[in-house]
Design a protein. Structure first.
Length: 542
Protein backbone atom coordinates (compact mmCIF):
# COMPACT_ATOMS: atom_id res chain seq x y z
CA UNK A 1 0.00 0.00 0.00
CA UNK A 2 1.43 3.37 -1.10
CA UNK A 3 -0.93 5.69 0.76
CA UNK A 4 -3.48 5.48 3.58
CA UNK A 5 -7.04 4.50 2.91
CA UNK A 6 -9.25 7.39 1.78
CA UNK A 7 -11.90 8.13 4.38
CA UNK A 8 -15.14 10.04 3.90
CA UNK A 9 -16.38 11.59 7.10
CA UNK A 10 -20.04 12.41 7.70
CA UNK A 11 -21.15 14.84 10.37
CA UNK A 12 -24.21 12.69 10.91
CA UNK A 13 -24.46 9.42 12.83
CA UNK A 14 -24.85 5.90 11.48
CA UNK A 15 -25.82 4.43 14.85
CA UNK A 16 -29.41 4.06 13.73
CA UNK A 17 -28.24 1.51 11.19
CA UNK A 18 -27.29 -1.79 12.84
CA UNK A 19 -25.01 -2.72 9.97
CA UNK A 20 -23.57 -5.73 11.76
CA UNK A 21 -26.19 -7.90 10.10
CA UNK A 22 -24.53 -7.28 6.73
CA UNK A 23 -21.34 -8.99 7.85
CA UNK A 24 -19.94 -12.23 6.38
CA UNK A 25 -16.47 -11.72 7.88
CA UNK A 26 -15.68 -10.31 11.30
CA UNK A 27 -12.47 -8.62 12.50
CA UNK A 28 -10.64 -9.99 15.53
CA UNK A 29 -7.87 -8.45 17.58
CA UNK A 30 -5.01 -10.95 17.80
CA UNK A 31 -1.59 -11.26 19.35
CA UNK A 32 0.73 -12.68 16.74
CA UNK A 33 4.22 -13.97 17.50
CA UNK A 34 6.95 -11.49 16.46
CA UNK A 35 9.61 -13.04 14.28
CA UNK A 36 12.34 -11.82 16.64
CA UNK A 37 10.79 -13.67 19.59
CA UNK A 38 10.39 -16.77 17.48
CA UNK A 39 14.04 -16.73 16.37
CA UNK A 40 15.57 -16.28 19.85
CA UNK A 41 17.17 -19.55 21.07
CA UNK A 42 16.86 -18.30 24.65
CA UNK A 43 13.14 -17.73 24.17
CA UNK A 44 13.22 -14.07 25.17
CA UNK A 45 10.11 -11.93 24.97
CA UNK A 46 12.05 -9.41 22.91
CA UNK A 47 9.10 -7.30 21.88
CA UNK A 48 7.92 -7.24 25.50
CA UNK A 49 11.12 -5.76 26.89
CA UNK A 50 11.57 -3.40 23.92
CA UNK A 51 8.12 -2.00 24.76
CA UNK A 52 9.31 -0.93 28.21
CA UNK A 53 12.68 0.26 26.89
CA UNK A 54 11.08 2.58 24.34
CA UNK A 55 9.08 4.12 27.18
CA UNK A 56 12.34 4.78 29.03
CA UNK A 57 11.49 2.32 31.83
CA UNK A 58 14.77 0.43 31.63
CA UNK A 59 14.43 -1.52 34.86
CA UNK A 60 11.01 -2.85 33.81
CA UNK A 61 12.54 -3.79 30.44
CA UNK A 62 15.44 -5.58 32.18
CA UNK A 63 13.07 -7.48 34.47
CA UNK A 64 11.06 -8.72 31.49
CA UNK A 65 14.31 -9.71 29.75
CA UNK A 66 15.68 -11.68 32.70
CA UNK A 67 12.51 -13.70 32.99
CA UNK A 68 14.17 -15.77 30.25
CA UNK A 69 17.85 -14.82 30.18
CA UNK A 70 19.85 -14.03 33.35
CA UNK A 71 22.94 -12.89 31.42
CA UNK A 72 21.83 -9.94 29.25
CA UNK A 73 25.09 -7.97 29.48
CA UNK A 74 26.98 -11.06 28.33
CA UNK A 75 24.49 -11.90 25.60
CA UNK A 76 24.50 -8.29 24.40
CA UNK A 77 28.14 -8.91 23.52
CA UNK A 78 28.49 -12.51 22.37
CA UNK A 79 25.10 -13.50 20.96
CA UNK A 80 25.01 -13.72 17.17
CA UNK A 81 21.49 -12.23 17.31
CA UNK A 82 19.41 -14.43 14.98
CA UNK A 83 16.55 -12.21 16.15
CA UNK A 84 17.93 -9.38 14.04
CA UNK A 85 18.24 -11.64 11.00
CA UNK A 86 14.50 -12.29 11.32
CA UNK A 87 13.43 -8.74 12.18
CA UNK A 88 10.69 -7.44 9.86
CA UNK A 89 12.22 -3.99 9.96
CA UNK A 90 15.08 -5.37 7.87
CA UNK A 91 12.73 -5.36 4.89
CA UNK A 92 11.82 -1.71 5.54
CA UNK A 93 15.29 -0.22 6.13
CA UNK A 94 17.45 -2.20 8.56
CA UNK A 95 16.80 -4.52 11.48
CA UNK A 96 16.27 -3.13 14.96
CA UNK A 97 19.51 -3.22 16.98
CA UNK A 98 18.01 -5.68 19.45
CA UNK A 99 21.39 -6.95 20.62
CA UNK A 100 22.60 -3.39 21.24
CA UNK A 101 19.59 -2.55 23.40
CA UNK A 102 19.99 -5.82 25.30
CA UNK A 103 23.58 -4.93 26.08
CA UNK A 104 22.52 -1.44 27.19
CA UNK A 105 19.98 -2.91 29.60
CA UNK A 106 22.47 -5.45 30.92
CA UNK A 107 25.10 -2.80 31.50
CA UNK A 108 22.55 -0.49 33.15
CA UNK A 109 21.58 -3.30 35.54
CA UNK A 110 25.22 -3.75 36.56
CA UNK A 111 25.79 -0.02 36.90
CA UNK A 112 22.64 0.57 38.95
CA UNK A 113 22.95 -2.62 41.02
CA UNK A 114 19.61 -4.18 40.07
CA UNK A 115 19.16 -7.57 41.72
CA UNK A 116 17.00 -10.63 41.15
CA UNK A 117 14.06 -11.19 43.45
CA UNK A 118 14.79 -14.02 45.92
CA UNK A 119 11.96 -16.60 46.05
CA UNK A 120 9.93 -16.42 49.24
CA UNK A 121 9.28 -20.17 49.53
CA UNK A 122 11.67 -23.10 49.30
CA UNK A 123 10.65 -26.44 47.80
CA UNK A 124 12.94 -28.64 49.91
CA UNK A 125 14.37 -30.20 46.74
CA UNK A 126 18.09 -30.15 45.92
CA UNK A 127 19.42 -30.15 42.35
CA UNK A 128 23.01 -30.79 41.27
CA UNK A 129 24.29 -28.98 38.18
CA UNK A 130 27.53 -30.17 36.61
CA UNK A 131 29.15 -27.29 34.75
CA UNK A 132 29.15 -23.54 35.41
CA UNK A 133 28.91 -22.43 31.79
CA UNK A 134 25.95 -20.65 30.15
CA UNK A 135 23.61 -23.63 30.29
CA UNK A 136 24.46 -24.54 33.88
CA UNK A 137 24.22 -20.96 35.14
CA UNK A 138 20.91 -20.45 33.34
CA UNK A 139 19.47 -23.63 34.85
CA UNK A 140 20.72 -22.65 38.31
CA UNK A 141 19.06 -19.24 38.03
CA UNK A 142 15.68 -20.59 36.96
CA UNK A 143 15.72 -23.48 39.44
CA UNK A 144 16.59 -21.10 42.29
CA UNK A 145 13.68 -18.87 41.29
CA UNK A 146 11.43 -21.92 41.47
CA UNK A 147 12.54 -22.29 45.09
CA UNK A 148 14.89 -25.25 44.73
CA UNK A 149 18.26 -25.56 46.41
CA UNK A 150 20.98 -25.62 43.74
CA UNK A 151 24.60 -26.70 43.85
CA UNK A 152 26.90 -26.21 40.85
CA UNK A 153 30.12 -28.24 40.57
CA UNK A 154 32.74 -27.17 38.06
CA UNK A 155 36.27 -28.48 37.52
CA UNK A 156 37.61 -25.04 36.57
CA UNK A 157 38.98 -22.46 39.04
CA UNK A 158 36.42 -19.85 37.90
CA UNK A 159 32.82 -19.91 36.71
CA UNK A 160 31.70 -19.14 33.19
CA UNK A 161 32.71 -22.19 31.20
CA UNK A 162 33.42 -21.39 27.55
CA UNK A 163 32.29 -17.80 28.13
CA UNK A 164 35.48 -17.39 30.17
CA UNK A 165 37.80 -20.00 28.69
CA UNK A 166 36.68 -19.87 25.06
CA UNK A 167 35.70 -16.25 24.34
CA UNK A 168 38.51 -13.66 24.33
CA UNK A 169 38.41 -10.62 26.58
CA UNK A 170 38.19 -8.25 23.62
CA UNK A 171 34.72 -9.71 23.02
CA UNK A 172 33.65 -10.25 26.63
CA UNK A 173 35.28 -8.25 29.45
CA UNK A 174 35.64 -10.43 32.54
CA UNK A 175 34.22 -7.85 34.94
CA UNK A 176 30.93 -8.01 33.02
CA UNK A 177 30.86 -11.81 33.19
CA UNK A 178 31.78 -11.79 36.89
CA UNK A 179 29.03 -9.30 37.74
CA UNK A 180 26.31 -11.36 36.09
CA UNK A 181 27.55 -14.64 37.60
CA UNK A 182 27.64 -13.03 41.05
CA UNK A 183 24.04 -11.90 40.72
CA UNK A 184 22.94 -15.50 40.04
CA UNK A 185 24.89 -16.78 43.05
CA UNK A 186 23.21 -14.15 45.21
CA UNK A 187 19.98 -16.13 44.80
CA UNK A 188 21.49 -18.66 47.20
CA UNK A 189 23.10 -20.90 44.57
CA UNK A 190 26.12 -22.83 45.88
CA UNK A 191 29.13 -22.88 43.55
CA UNK A 192 31.91 -25.43 44.07
CA UNK A 193 34.92 -24.66 41.89
CA UNK A 194 37.90 -26.95 41.29
CA UNK A 195 35.41 -29.76 41.87
CA UNK A 196 35.37 -32.41 39.19
CA UNK A 197 32.46 -34.86 39.06
CA UNK A 198 33.99 -38.18 38.01
CA UNK A 199 30.84 -40.27 38.28
CA UNK A 200 27.43 -38.60 38.12
CA UNK A 201 25.57 -41.46 39.79
CA UNK A 202 27.91 -41.46 42.76
CA UNK A 203 27.59 -37.68 43.03
CA UNK A 204 23.80 -37.80 42.78
CA UNK A 205 23.24 -40.57 45.27
CA UNK A 206 26.09 -39.68 47.64
CA UNK A 207 25.08 -36.02 47.75
CA UNK A 208 21.39 -36.68 48.30
CA UNK A 209 20.35 -34.78 45.19
CA UNK A 210 16.83 -35.12 43.85
CA UNK A 211 17.80 -34.35 40.23
CA UNK A 212 20.87 -33.58 38.14
CA UNK A 213 21.42 -31.31 35.17
CA UNK A 214 24.49 -32.10 33.07
CA UNK A 215 25.90 -28.96 31.44
CA UNK A 216 29.53 -29.84 30.74
CA UNK A 217 30.99 -27.71 27.96
CA UNK A 218 32.96 -28.84 24.92
CA UNK A 219 36.45 -28.16 26.23
CA UNK A 220 38.37 -30.90 24.40
CA UNK A 221 39.88 -29.84 21.08
CA UNK A 222 39.52 -32.27 18.21
CA UNK A 223 42.69 -33.57 16.59
CA UNK A 224 43.46 -34.37 12.97
CA UNK A 225 46.05 -36.69 11.52
CA UNK A 226 48.68 -34.49 9.90
CA UNK A 227 52.14 -35.99 9.22
CA UNK A 228 54.51 -33.85 11.26
CA UNK A 229 58.10 -33.83 12.39
CA UNK A 230 58.80 -34.53 16.04
CA UNK A 231 59.91 -30.94 16.63
CA UNK A 232 56.87 -29.34 15.02
CA UNK A 233 54.84 -27.20 17.45
CA UNK A 234 51.16 -28.14 17.11
CA UNK A 235 48.61 -27.18 19.76
CA UNK A 236 44.84 -26.99 19.90
CA UNK A 237 42.80 -23.79 19.89
CA UNK A 238 40.97 -24.54 23.15
CA UNK A 239 44.28 -24.74 25.01
CA UNK A 240 45.38 -21.40 23.58
CA UNK A 241 42.20 -19.60 24.64
CA UNK A 242 42.13 -21.28 28.05
CA UNK A 243 45.74 -20.30 28.74
CA UNK A 244 44.79 -16.66 28.17
CA UNK A 245 43.05 -16.76 31.56
CA UNK A 246 46.30 -17.68 33.32
CA UNK A 247 49.11 -15.43 34.45
CA UNK A 248 51.48 -16.67 31.74
CA UNK A 249 50.22 -16.02 28.22
CA UNK A 250 50.99 -18.57 25.49
CA UNK A 251 54.14 -18.03 23.41
CA UNK A 252 52.93 -18.53 19.86
CA UNK A 253 55.78 -16.89 17.98
CA UNK A 254 55.84 -14.39 15.15
CA UNK A 255 54.19 -16.62 12.53
CA UNK A 256 51.04 -18.42 13.59
CA UNK A 257 48.90 -20.64 11.37
CA UNK A 258 45.38 -21.64 12.44
CA UNK A 259 43.73 -24.65 10.80
CA UNK A 260 39.93 -24.39 10.76
CA UNK A 261 37.09 -22.10 9.75
CA UNK A 262 34.85 -21.59 12.77
CA UNK A 263 34.53 -18.77 15.26
CA UNK A 264 37.19 -20.38 17.46
CA UNK A 265 39.69 -20.23 14.59
CA UNK A 266 38.91 -16.53 14.15
CA UNK A 267 39.28 -15.91 17.90
CA UNK A 268 42.68 -17.62 18.03
CA UNK A 269 44.02 -15.77 15.00
CA UNK A 270 42.91 -12.41 16.41
CA UNK A 271 44.39 -13.34 19.79
CA UNK A 272 47.69 -14.22 18.13
CA UNK A 273 47.84 -10.78 16.54
CA UNK A 274 47.30 -9.18 19.95
CA UNK A 275 50.07 -11.32 21.43
CA UNK A 276 52.52 -9.88 18.92
CA UNK A 277 52.38 -12.23 15.93
CA UNK A 278 53.45 -10.48 12.73
CA UNK A 279 51.50 -13.02 10.72
CA UNK A 280 48.35 -14.87 11.66
CA UNK A 281 47.08 -17.07 8.83
CA UNK A 282 43.91 -19.13 8.79
CA UNK A 283 43.87 -22.16 6.49
CA UNK A 284 40.39 -23.38 5.60
CA UNK A 285 39.44 -26.04 3.07
CA UNK A 286 36.22 -24.46 1.81
CA UNK A 287 35.15 -21.06 0.48
CA UNK A 288 34.43 -17.91 2.47
CA UNK A 289 30.69 -18.39 1.91
CA UNK A 290 30.85 -21.85 3.50
CA UNK A 291 32.92 -20.71 6.47
CA UNK A 292 31.01 -21.48 9.69
CA UNK A 293 32.46 -18.38 11.37
CA UNK A 294 30.08 -15.44 11.44
CA UNK A 295 30.66 -12.88 8.70
CA UNK A 296 31.16 -9.89 10.99
CA UNK A 297 33.88 -11.76 12.89
CA UNK A 298 35.60 -12.70 9.63
CA UNK A 299 35.47 -9.07 8.54
CA UNK A 300 36.91 -7.82 11.85
CA UNK A 301 39.72 -10.38 11.60
CA UNK A 302 40.60 -9.22 8.10
CA UNK A 303 40.60 -5.61 9.32
CA UNK A 304 43.14 -6.62 11.97
CA UNK A 305 45.51 -8.11 9.41
CA UNK A 306 44.59 -11.77 9.72
CA UNK A 307 45.18 -13.57 6.41
CA UNK A 308 42.80 -16.31 5.30
CA UNK A 309 43.65 -18.99 2.76
CA UNK A 310 40.34 -20.38 1.55
CA UNK A 311 40.14 -23.63 -0.42
CA UNK A 312 43.35 -24.86 1.21
CA UNK A 313 44.30 -27.78 3.40
CA UNK A 314 47.43 -28.77 5.35
CA UNK A 315 49.15 -31.94 4.16
CA UNK A 316 52.21 -32.08 6.41
CA UNK A 317 54.45 -30.15 8.81
CA UNK A 318 58.23 -30.34 8.92
CA UNK A 319 60.45 -30.20 12.01
CA UNK A 320 61.19 -26.56 11.26
CA UNK A 321 57.49 -25.70 11.16
CA UNK A 322 57.22 -25.46 7.37
CA UNK A 323 53.72 -26.37 6.26
CA UNK A 324 52.83 -27.98 2.96
CA UNK A 325 49.52 -26.54 1.78
CA UNK A 326 47.47 -28.18 -0.94
CA UNK A 327 45.10 -26.00 -2.92
CA UNK A 328 41.54 -27.22 -3.37
CA UNK A 329 39.03 -26.72 -6.16
CA UNK A 330 35.25 -27.00 -6.06
CA UNK A 331 33.71 -29.83 -8.04
CA UNK A 332 30.39 -29.66 -9.89
CA UNK A 333 28.49 -30.28 -6.64
CA UNK A 334 30.37 -27.51 -4.87
CA UNK A 335 32.56 -29.76 -2.71
CA UNK A 336 36.31 -29.06 -2.34
CA UNK A 337 38.60 -31.52 -4.08
CA UNK A 338 42.43 -31.77 -4.05
CA UNK A 339 44.23 -30.31 -7.04
CA UNK A 340 47.74 -31.67 -6.58
CA UNK A 341 49.01 -28.08 -6.43
CA UNK A 342 51.09 -27.28 -3.35
CA UNK A 343 52.65 -24.26 -1.69
CA UNK A 344 54.90 -23.81 1.35
CA UNK A 345 53.95 -21.80 4.41
CA UNK A 346 56.28 -21.23 7.35
CA UNK A 347 55.05 -21.07 10.94
CA UNK A 348 56.30 -21.01 14.50
CA UNK A 349 53.09 -22.58 15.78
CA UNK A 350 50.24 -24.48 14.15
CA UNK A 351 46.95 -24.19 16.04
CA UNK A 352 44.22 -26.74 15.34
CA UNK A 353 40.72 -25.29 15.50
CA UNK A 354 38.79 -28.25 14.11
CA UNK A 355 35.92 -28.42 16.59
CA UNK A 356 35.51 -29.54 20.18
CA UNK A 357 34.24 -32.53 22.12
CA UNK A 358 32.70 -33.00 25.56
CA UNK A 359 34.29 -35.22 28.20
CA UNK A 360 31.56 -37.79 28.82
CA UNK A 361 33.56 -40.00 31.19
CA UNK A 362 31.38 -38.95 34.15
CA UNK A 363 28.55 -40.95 32.54
CA UNK A 364 30.39 -44.28 32.62
CA UNK A 365 28.24 -46.95 34.21
CA UNK A 366 24.99 -44.96 34.13
CA UNK A 367 22.28 -47.34 32.90
CA UNK A 368 19.80 -46.31 30.24
CA UNK A 369 21.91 -43.55 28.70
CA UNK A 370 22.32 -43.42 24.94
CA UNK A 371 25.36 -41.66 23.49
CA UNK A 372 25.69 -41.02 19.76
CA UNK A 373 28.46 -39.11 18.00
CA UNK A 374 29.81 -37.70 21.25
CA UNK A 375 26.50 -36.34 22.55
CA UNK A 376 23.89 -37.56 25.02
CA UNK A 377 20.48 -38.41 23.61
CA UNK A 378 17.64 -36.79 25.50
CA UNK A 379 13.86 -36.69 25.23
CA UNK A 380 11.88 -33.55 24.45
CA UNK A 381 12.06 -32.52 28.13
CA UNK A 382 15.88 -32.87 28.09
CA UNK A 383 15.81 -35.92 30.39
CA UNK A 384 18.29 -38.65 29.59
CA UNK A 385 17.45 -42.34 29.72
CA UNK A 386 18.12 -42.33 33.48
CA UNK A 387 15.26 -40.87 35.55
CA UNK A 388 16.16 -37.57 37.18
CA UNK A 389 19.27 -36.91 35.09
CA UNK A 390 18.82 -34.16 32.52
CA UNK A 391 21.33 -32.77 30.02
CA UNK A 392 21.70 -29.71 27.80
CA UNK A 393 24.08 -27.26 26.19
CA UNK A 394 27.11 -28.77 24.47
CA UNK A 395 26.24 -32.23 25.80
CA UNK A 396 23.22 -32.73 23.54
CA UNK A 397 22.80 -32.59 19.75
CA UNK A 398 22.34 -28.88 18.98
CA UNK A 399 24.11 -25.76 17.84
CA UNK A 400 26.86 -24.89 20.31
CA UNK A 401 26.39 -21.22 21.14
CA UNK A 402 25.95 -19.31 24.37
CA UNK A 403 22.37 -18.34 23.57
CA UNK A 404 21.38 -21.95 22.80
CA UNK A 405 22.97 -23.02 26.08
CA UNK A 406 21.01 -20.40 28.02
CA UNK A 407 17.81 -21.57 26.36
CA UNK A 408 18.59 -25.19 27.26
CA UNK A 409 19.18 -24.20 30.87
CA UNK A 410 15.78 -22.51 31.08
CA UNK A 411 14.03 -25.43 29.39
CA UNK A 412 15.76 -27.96 31.63
CA UNK A 413 14.87 -25.98 34.77
CA UNK A 414 11.19 -25.88 33.84
CA UNK A 415 11.12 -29.60 33.16
CA UNK A 416 13.14 -30.48 36.27
CA UNK A 417 10.79 -28.37 38.39
CA UNK A 418 7.77 -30.15 36.92
CA UNK A 419 9.38 -33.58 37.34
CA UNK A 420 10.20 -32.88 40.99
CA UNK A 421 6.55 -32.02 41.55
CA UNK A 422 5.37 -35.17 39.81
CA UNK A 423 4.02 -33.21 36.85
CA UNK A 424 4.82 -32.70 33.17
CA UNK A 425 5.76 -29.27 31.93
CA UNK A 426 3.62 -28.10 29.03
CA UNK A 427 4.87 -25.13 27.04
CA UNK A 428 2.27 -22.58 26.05
CA UNK A 429 1.12 -22.94 22.44
CA UNK A 430 2.67 -20.51 20.00
CA UNK A 431 0.65 -17.87 18.21
CA UNK A 432 0.77 -17.53 14.45
CA UNK A 433 3.75 -15.58 13.15
CA UNK A 434 3.60 -11.87 12.42
CA UNK A 435 5.15 -11.95 8.95
CA UNK A 436 6.06 -8.76 7.10
CA UNK A 437 3.12 -9.29 4.72
CA UNK A 438 0.73 -8.81 7.64
CA UNK A 439 2.05 -5.31 8.37
CA UNK A 440 1.21 -1.97 6.79
CA UNK A 441 4.65 -0.34 6.52
CA UNK A 442 3.28 2.89 5.05
CA UNK A 443 2.86 4.25 8.57
CA UNK A 444 6.52 3.78 9.54
CA UNK A 445 9.20 6.34 8.73
CA UNK A 446 12.65 5.34 7.55
CA UNK A 447 15.00 5.27 10.53
CA UNK A 448 18.30 3.51 9.80
CA UNK A 449 19.92 1.38 12.48
CA UNK A 450 22.39 2.95 14.91
CA UNK A 451 25.74 1.16 14.70
CA UNK A 452 27.83 0.51 17.78
CA UNK A 453 31.19 2.28 18.02
CA UNK A 454 34.29 0.15 17.47
CA UNK A 455 37.83 0.43 18.76
CA UNK A 456 40.47 1.85 16.42
CA UNK A 457 42.42 -0.83 14.52
CA UNK A 458 45.79 0.17 15.98
CA UNK A 459 44.40 0.03 19.51
CA UNK A 460 42.97 -3.41 18.86
CA UNK A 461 46.35 -4.89 17.99
CA UNK A 462 48.06 -3.55 21.09
CA UNK A 463 45.41 -4.35 23.70
CA UNK A 464 42.68 -6.76 24.72
CA UNK A 465 40.24 -3.89 25.25
CA UNK A 466 36.70 -4.53 24.10
CA UNK A 467 36.39 -4.00 20.33
CA UNK A 468 32.70 -3.16 20.16
CA UNK A 469 31.37 -0.42 22.39
CA UNK A 470 27.82 0.03 23.64
CA UNK A 471 25.11 2.53 22.81
CA UNK A 472 24.50 5.51 25.06
CA UNK A 473 21.00 6.06 26.45
CA UNK A 474 19.75 8.29 23.65
CA UNK A 475 20.81 5.84 20.93
CA UNK A 476 19.49 2.84 22.85
CA UNK A 477 16.18 4.62 23.26
CA UNK A 478 16.15 5.42 19.53
CA UNK A 479 16.80 1.77 18.65
CA UNK A 480 14.05 0.54 20.97
CA UNK A 481 11.62 2.97 19.35
CA UNK A 482 12.42 1.56 15.91
CA UNK A 483 10.51 -1.61 16.87
CA UNK A 484 7.42 -2.08 14.69
CA UNK A 485 5.51 -3.99 17.40
CA UNK A 486 4.85 -6.72 14.85
CA UNK A 487 1.61 -8.60 15.50
CA UNK A 488 0.68 -6.81 18.73
CA UNK A 489 -1.47 -3.71 19.22
CA UNK A 490 0.32 -0.61 20.50
CA UNK A 491 -2.83 1.55 20.57
CA UNK A 492 -2.08 3.83 17.64
CA UNK A 493 -5.84 4.50 17.22
CA UNK A 494 -5.81 3.78 13.48
CA UNK A 495 -8.63 1.26 13.70
CA UNK A 496 -10.63 3.63 15.86
CA UNK A 497 -10.15 6.49 13.42
CA UNK A 498 -10.81 4.70 10.13
CA UNK A 499 -13.89 2.64 11.06
CA UNK A 500 -16.80 4.02 8.99
CA UNK A 501 -19.34 2.48 11.37
CA UNK A 502 -17.92 3.75 14.68
CA UNK A 503 -17.73 0.12 15.69
CA UNK A 504 -14.35 0.28 17.45
CA UNK A 505 -14.52 0.99 21.18
CA UNK A 506 -11.52 2.39 23.08
CA UNK A 507 -11.10 0.68 26.44
CA UNK A 508 -8.54 3.08 27.88
CA UNK A 509 -4.74 3.27 28.08
CA UNK A 510 -3.18 -0.18 28.18
CA UNK A 511 -6.52 -1.92 27.60
CA UNK A 512 -6.59 -1.70 23.81
CA UNK A 513 -9.91 -1.88 21.90
CA UNK A 514 -12.89 -4.08 21.20
CA UNK A 515 -15.41 -4.28 18.37
CA UNK A 516 -19.10 -3.52 18.63
CA UNK A 517 -20.37 -6.23 16.32
CA UNK A 518 -23.87 -4.71 16.22
CA UNK A 519 -22.42 -2.06 13.92
CA UNK A 520 -19.32 -3.68 12.36
CA UNK A 521 -20.25 -4.74 8.85
CA UNK A 522 -16.92 -6.53 8.25
CA UNK A 523 -15.51 -4.16 5.62
CA UNK A 524 -11.93 -4.95 6.72
CA UNK A 525 -10.61 -1.38 6.61
CA UNK A 526 -9.29 -1.79 10.17
CA UNK A 527 -7.25 -4.81 9.08
CA UNK A 528 -5.68 -3.12 6.08
CA UNK A 529 -4.88 0.02 8.06
CA UNK A 530 -3.42 -1.67 11.15
CA UNK A 531 0.33 -0.90 11.03
CA UNK A 532 1.40 -3.92 13.07
CA UNK A 533 -0.94 -6.65 11.80
CA UNK A 534 -2.81 -7.06 15.09
CA UNK A 535 -6.25 -7.59 13.51
CA UNK A 536 -7.44 -10.35 11.21
CA UNK A 537 -10.69 -11.24 9.45
CA UNK A 538 -12.39 -14.57 10.18
CA UNK A 539 -15.58 -16.06 8.70
CA UNK A 540 -18.73 -15.07 10.52
CA UNK A 541 -20.45 -17.88 12.37
CA UNK A 542 -23.93 -18.43 11.02
Amino acid sequence: MNKPFAITLDVGSSLANHTGSWRTLRPLYVDRLPLCNNACPSGENIQGWLFHAEAGDYEAAWRVLVQDNPLPAVMGRVCYHPCENSCNRGQLDSAVGINSVERFLGDEAIRRGWRFDVPAQRSGKHVLIVGAGPSGLSAAYHLARFGHQVTICDAAPQAGGMMRFGIPKYRLPRDVLDAEVRRILDLGVTLKLNTRVDNVLDAMQGGGFDAVFLAVGAHIGKRAYIPAGSAARIIDAVSVLRSMEGEEKPMLGRRVVVYGGGNTAIDVARTARRLGADEAVIVYRRTREKMPAHEFEVEEALQEGVLIKWLSTIKQVSDEGALTIEKMRLDEQGFPQPTGEFEALSSDTLVLALGQDVDLSLLDGVPGLEINDGTVQVSSNLMTGYPGIFAGGDMVPSERTVTVGIGHGKKAARNIDAWLRGETYAAAPKHELANYEKLNPWYYDDAPKTLRPTLDILRRLSTFEEVQGGLDESNALFEARRCLSCGNCFECDNCYGVCPDNAVIKLGPGKRFEFNYDYCKGCGICVSECPCGAIKMVPEEI
